[in-house]
Design a protein around this ligand. Structure first.
Ligand code: FE
Length: 203
């Protein structure tokens, strides 16, 4: 019997996870464990103030300043702090640098760990089962689907985030950017290039 023969009141309801989140929120607020105003400030912060433009500043500085680059690779949090980039989900950041020999790519196979202070809230695909499973099994195929084809000789190294450690990919500085200042360089650094599923824009 065709499934759409009868009315489907269930389909008018939000999805199951959305309902559960709403139920949980209602209880937490009712019990006074969560202040809706405080929650609004956090959401607003990550929607409008924190985002990939902060990670882009860090990468651009690393491209422009060898001292900063060395510090970033040795102690990412110290380097980030110089630019005022700090915050939750970014307490232990490790920066991994792309080279002609190695392309780095980040995943969280367990859930969706992500360096919020640098990149904001993760995109939906980063949290998907498909990405989490396939990024480790067939990274080149996943990269191809993102439109990234790497040279044969460049190996792919996949970093699996943990509850503690978050990774930042430092892409290679594009050719033809010699005369550009840091602000201009930052405009070339995309979110995906800092996850490793993309490359920086050409100038
Ligand atoms: Fe996770």
């Amino acid at each position: 019997m065709p499934h759409d023969d009868h009315d489907h009141p269930h389909s008018l309801l939000p999805s199951d996870p959305a309902l559960r989140v709403k139920a949980l929120e209602t209880i937490l607020v009712a019990k006074g464990l969560v202040d809706p105003a405080a929650m609004a400030v956090i959401l607003e912060t990550y929607e409008t103030k924190v985002g990939p433009h902060l990670g882009a500043r860090v990468v651009a500085r690393a491209w422009a300043d060898p001292r900063f680059r060395a510090l970033l690779l040795k102690n990412a949090n110290a380097a980030m702090a110089e630019l005022g980039v700090t915050g939750r989900q970014g307490e232990h950041v490790v920066a991994v640098e792309n080279t002609p020999g190695t392309h780095n790519m980040v995943v969280c196979t367990l859930c969706s760990c992500y360096p919020w202070p640098l990149l904001g809230i993760p995109p939906a695909w980063y949290k998907s089962d498909a990405y989490r499973a396939r990024a480790v099994r067939e990274p080149r195929k996943v990269l191809a689907e993102f439109g990234v084809t790497l040279p044969e000789g460049q190996k792919v190294r996949v970093w699996d985030s943990t509850a503690e450690v978050r990774y930042l990919v430092v892409p290679m500085r594009p050719e033809g950017t010699e005369g550009m200042d840091e602000a201009a360089l930052a405009t070339l650094v995309t979110r995906d290039s800092m996850i490793g599923t993309g490359l920086p824009l050409a100038p």
